[in-house]
Design a protein around this ligand. Structure first.
Ligand code: F1P
Length: 341
């Protein structure tokens, strides 16, 4: 995270630098939409990025799995900024989506980790996230850095739109706090290990989050699936009442993302619904949650930046669950470092 931030923001909100973005204020003002494409973890980072861009720059934005986009003969729009996200820079579905976009005349930006990779070469411009080599197959620290890069992109775009200088400064201050707050979270590893051992015999787990918490829930469930092989399903907390509540019982634990933001009461109501059906709850929250059986408390940042932090204890939860089950965490079955077909 330090590396993404270093040299890229300064105290005056007017200067947010993004390595290779090459997007001047006039071009940035012309953007009418942002479409983010990635696979797996990178898609989830893109979902968080899309929300940041909507919140901070007020530009309509969404994320879609590149693996879907490439097959659906999408309408390509000249006023849309297309952003391809990839840790390895080699994932074939993302590369194919980029090539398809370029065939149709679009300009594509990359948010990539590996310098000089195929997607970085194919993109017209972009941001390297400087996460260093991912030694394991699953993407972890890169997810954090991608979301930080998206926060910077959102600030950059916001600067040409509705974002006030005050809000800009607020976000920059929040970004500066991240390294220290991440260190705080990592200090809880022993407690998270115990929780992982407690839940390791679950056959299935439900992950819920609302709005900013939903991509976090998705990413946490993906991490658990990838390395522990426990079935995990992520659901928007608001959709629980539209069907999945039927599944709640003591044998299906729920991991709930409960940030201290304007949706806190709504999220607490969801915990009550689960408790009323005797479901077990592990909350990731900014303060202890009465309705939960356990809470992992994470430091509060600015609302828009909370998703960057809330997934980290759940990466650790997945790691220790996999360890408790004796899985090969660095080389999980059926997963390649870069998916090339
Ligand atoms: C995308 C991805 C990863 C996942 C695994 C397989 O990779 O789905 O998110 O953890 O490594 O590939 P990338 O395009 O970000 O390199």
């Amino acid at each position: 995270v330090d590396r993404v931030l270093r040299g890229r923001i300064d105290d005056r909100f007017s200067t947010v630098h993004l390595g290779g973005l090459n997007l001047d204020a006039r071009e940035a003002r012309q953007i009418r939409r942002v479409k983010i494409l990635g696979c797996g973890t990178s898609y989830h980072a893109g979902m968080i990025g899309a929300q940041m861009i909507e919140e901070l720059a007020r530009i309509p934005a969404d994320a879609e799995p590149a693996s879907e986009f490439r097959y659906r003969n999408a309408v390509v729009d000249p006023d849309t900024l297309y952003v391809a996200v990839s840790q390895s820079g080699e994932t074939y579905d993302v590369l194919a989506a980029v090539q398809e976009l370029k065939r149709k005349g679009a300009k594509v930006f990359g948010v990539v980790n590996v310098v000089g990779s195929a997607i970085a070469r194919e993109a017209d411009a972009g941001i390297y996230v400087h996460a260093g080599p991912e030694v394991c197959v699953v993407s972890t620290k890169c997810f954090t850095n991608m979301t930080v890069a998206f926060a910077l992109l959102a600030l950059h775009l916001g600067r040409t739109r509705d974002l006030s200088v005050r809000d800009g400064k607020r976000i920059i201050e929040g970004l500066r706090k991240l390294p220290e707050q991440i260190t705080e979270i990592l200090k809880q590893e022993e407690k998270i290990k115990e929780l992982a051992e407690l839940y390791a015999d679950a056959r299935s787990m439900l992950f819920i989050g609302r709005v900013r918490g939903y991509p976090v829930a998705r990413e946490a469930s993906l991490k658990l699936k990838e390395v522990s092989y426990i079935h995990a399903e992520a659901y928007p907390a608001s959709e629980l009442k539209h069907g999945p509540l039927a599944l709640i019982e003591p044998a299906l634990p729920t991991v709930a993302i409960v940030p201290d933001d304007d949706l806190l009461e709504k999220n607490r109501a969801a915990l009550e619904e689960i408790k009323a059906r005797s479901g077990k709850i592990l909350a990731v929250a900014h303060q202890h949650q009465d309705k939960a059986d356990q809470t992992i408390v994470v430091p509060k940042n600015e609302d828009e930046l909370d998703p960057i932090l809330m997934g980290i204890p759940l990466q650790l939860l997945a790691y220790h669950t996999a360890k408790a089950l004796g899985r090969d965490i660095d080389k999980p079955r059926n997963l390649a470092k870069s998916v090339t077909v």
